[in-house]
Design a protein around this ligand. Structure first.
Ligand code: ADP
Length: 474
């Protein structure tokens, strides 16, 4: 059974089941017929009654000749379906209605006295062919002659009935029943195994690289399995896609600086760039591009560490106000140069537990982005407040805003809303927000963006207040 298909197993099980049911029913019928007490009582009554009637007939209206006696006994036998015999007291057989069909009577129990009705004992004998018979013997008046009434045992009667009357019908009916059972078993096995076969075919096509979702058809369990399989395969495909995108993005982002470095280095080597000033310019470009590459590689490493949870976090109690003061101090000049108004709005804040450097990195990235995307004359506001057990830090700007469809995606690796918008050597590669999100998540916090196109964006970072300290203080 190990290598057999599910369909074959189901088919075999149904056939066995149908076989068992038919067998049990047949055995039940035979047993109930053969061992039925009613049947035995009927036989006994028939034998006794027939003996009494024949005895009365022979005693009250004696038939004149032996021939007329024998013909009367034949008639009785034909009408009662019993084997009728006439013996002398010494058991000499004078007449036997069944002599042409069955072996002769063996030694029979002959009664000592004339009994009638219910007193008549019923005996059995076995003939030479092994047939078992029930019989009664009744002594006639005068004590010379004995009437024998015999009938075969019920199962033999049944066998005869089957052989002679029901045989062919039973065989045909049995044959039809078996054929129907086989067809039914096959259909049932098919019905159950077909949806699974479809599932297997679907799974094989997915395994061979095609991304066709399995149809949600068939029984509930199969539909649930298909659904689970579809979910799993779309995740696998998404992860494969993200890996491919990652490699494409990394190669793409490295190609530009490498080409640029190669070009300028080549120009210096083959003397195309002449003069100290030009060489210095070329060297500066090489240096900047190399720096950019270095920055990107470091960002990728950081992201990988954060994503796999192996980033080295230096956790301590942080006063976010101090961090924000430090941040604003660093960027005030730049904002001023870009003619952007930088305002702040926060007071004392409950401490949070975190890695100061990493949190500062998040804030720096958000403020840098705000500065990068806010045009001259714009306004950036940095605010922080406590809301329940959370400290919410917000960076709002009056930049171009972010289209709805990009709002969730900007936190993905390498995702940039509009690549043409980034300009100059300082442009990023779309890793900043991905890193920021991982850092915030690893602090048990959340980062989200609200934005209105043409009006600006608000980036909010929510970090949990350190509960131990807040309860001590509170
Ligand atoms: P990048 O290095 O491109 O700045 P980020 O991950 O920091 O990468 O940001 C991803 C993208 O989100 C940016 O390319 C930009 O399109 C969009 N974005 C981020 N901050 C802002 C903002 N304040 N205003 C408008 N768009 C923004």
């Amino acid at each position: 059974m190990r290598g057999t298909s599910l369909q074959a197993r189901l088919f075999i099980s149904y056939v066995i089941l149908v076989g068992i049911v038919i067998g049990v029913i047949a055995i039940g019928i035979v047993l109930s017929l053969t061992s039925s007490p009613i049947l035995y009582r009927t036989i006994t009554q028939r034998l006794r009654l027939a003996s009494d009637v024949v005895a009365l007939q022979l005693e009250d209206q004696p038939l004149v000749t032996l021939d007329s006696v024998y013909s009367y006994l034949y008639t009785v036998s034909a009408q009662t379906q019993l084997r009728v015999g006439l013996l002398t007291r010494e058991e000499v057989i004078l007449f036997d209605s069944g002599i042409s069909l069955y072996p002769a009577f063996p030694d029979l129990d002959v009664p000592e006295e004339r009994l009638s009705g219910y007193d008549l004992p019923v005996h059995t004998f076995r003939d030479e062919k092994g047939g078992v018979w029930f019989y009664t013997t009744k002594l006639l008046k005068g004590g010379y002659l004995v009437i024998v009434m015999a009938t075969q045992r019920p199962e033999q009667v049944l066998r005869t009935i089957f052989r002679e009357e029901l045989g062919v019908t039973t065989v045909i009916a049995g044959f039809i029943a078996i054929v129907l059972a086989l067809i039914f078993s096959f259909a049932m096995a098919n019905w159950i195994s077909k949806p699974l076969e479809r599932l297997v075919a679907g799974a094989q096509s997915v395994a061979s690289g095609k991304h066709n979702p399995l149809p949600l058809k068939g029984p509930r369990e199969v539909r649930m399995l298909s659904q689970a399989f579809n979910d799993m395969s779309s995740r696998v495909f998404a992860s494969q896609q993200s890996q491919k995108d990652f490699v494409t993005n990394v190669s793409h982002e490295l190609k530009t600086p490498i080409t640029s470095i190669q070009g300028y280095a080549q120009a210096i080597l083959d003397g195309t760039v002449l003069g100290e000033e030009s060489i210095e310019q070329a060297a500066t470009i090489i240096f900047n591009e190399a720096n950019r590459m270095h920055g990107m590689v470091m960002d990728l490493l950081t992201l990988a560490k954060l994503e796999t949870g192996i980033a080295d976090m230096q956790m301590s109690l942080l006063d976010l106000r101090v961090l924000l003061d430090h941040l604003l101090e660093r960027f005030t000049v730049l904002a001023h140069q870009n003619q952007i108004e930088l305002v702040s709005n926060y007071s004392n804040l409950a401490p949070v537990m975190g890695d100061g450097e990493q949190i500062l990195r998040v804030f720096t990235n958000l403020l840098e982005n705000a500065l990068k995307y806010t045009p001259a004359g714009g306004r950036i506001s940095v605010s922080a407040l406590q809301s329940g057990n959370w400290i919410v830090v917000q960076f709002s700007d009056t930049g171009p805003g972010i289209p709805v469809e990009d709002r969730e995606r900007i936190f993905e690796r390498f995702y940039q809303v509009d690549a043409s918008r980034r300009g100059g050597l300082s442009h990023g590669v779309g890793l900043g927000l991905a890193i920021a999100r991982e850092i915030v998540l690893s602090h048990g916090g959340m980062i989200r963006v609200e934005s209105e196109l043409g009006k600006g964006s608000i980036f909010s970072v929510e970090l949990p207040v350190c509960s131990e300290v807040s309860t001590v203080n509170g």
